[in-house]
Write a protein that binds this ligand. Structure first.
Ligand code: DX5
Ligand code: ZN
Length: 216
């Protein structure tokens, strides 16, 4: 089953409630990008925005942490309303298993994320512990970038490893440059949660863009 996770980074922050309602009505998951200006060269939003969205959301909140020391903030994002939390392998490295345990201790689904230049094999040791995997199809940091086509092989490689270890039901999320034009290709490669920011919120008809990807 395919799920669409609109990235609220591209929403209209002056009319956030309208965009929250769009997701409630038409999509499956809220994708919330938290950036610290250190792990990535951009700063987005933090607890007050996540809490505000949580008050109106009727779909689960997926918090994508693009921050150093993700372990310091897992508990607060869980309390703010996250149902899923993902952190970058590159930000945690050898401590990744401990971060996954921390997320689980909060009763939240744990995801591990890799940027396009990180070998997929780096996260293989954690595939037996995570609830989902997030493959970046652009370098984390900014919305509105172009999809990197090599991401398709990377999704397929992680999908194959999940099958090999007997965890075929673990979803792969893909994030960056996703649109109705490439949705079917990423789904065919093995992704089932599609994050999309600009292709939804900059579309003339956002509900239609979601529907096109859902049925891709
Ligand atoms: C990028 C973020 C993405 C981004 C997606 O660092 O993780 O979630 O907002 O935006 P688009 O769909 O515009 O590439
Ligand atoms: Zn993201």
């Amino acid at each position: 089953m395919v799920q669409i996770a609109p990235s609220m980074l591209s929403a209209d922050f002056l009319h956030l409630e309208e965009d929250v309602e769009l997701v409630n009505r038409h999509a499956q998951i809220f994708h919330l990008d938290v950036m610290d200006g250190t792990f990535v060269p951009n700063i987005s939003f933090g607890f007050p925005v996540v809490e505000a969205i949580a008050r109106k959301a009727r779909k689960p909140l997926d918090v994508h942490l693009m921050i150093v020391h993700p372990e310091k903030y897992v508990e607060r994002f869980a309390k703010a309303g996250a149902a899923m939390i993902s952190f970058h392998y590159e930000a945690a490295l050898a401590d990744s298993a401990a971060v996954i345990d921390l997320i689980h201790a909060q009763g939240v689904k744990a995801g591990i994320v890799i940027n396009p230049d990180c070998p997929t094999q780096s996260i293989f040791p954690y595939l037996d512990k995570v609830d989902f995997v997030l493959i970046m199809s652009v370098f984390a940091g900014f919305g509105g970038q172009k999809f990197i086509p090599e991401s398709l092989e990377r999704i397929a490689a992680v999908r194959a490893e999940l099958e090999r270890i007997g965890r075929p039901d673990i979803p792969i999320e893909v994030d960056g440059g996703i649109s109705p034009d490439n949705a079917s290709a990423v789904i065919a490669a093995g992704a089932s949660i599609l994050v999309a920011g600009s292709s939804i919120f900059k579309a003339r008809n956002p509900a239609k863009a979601i529907k096109l990807m859902l049925n891709a």
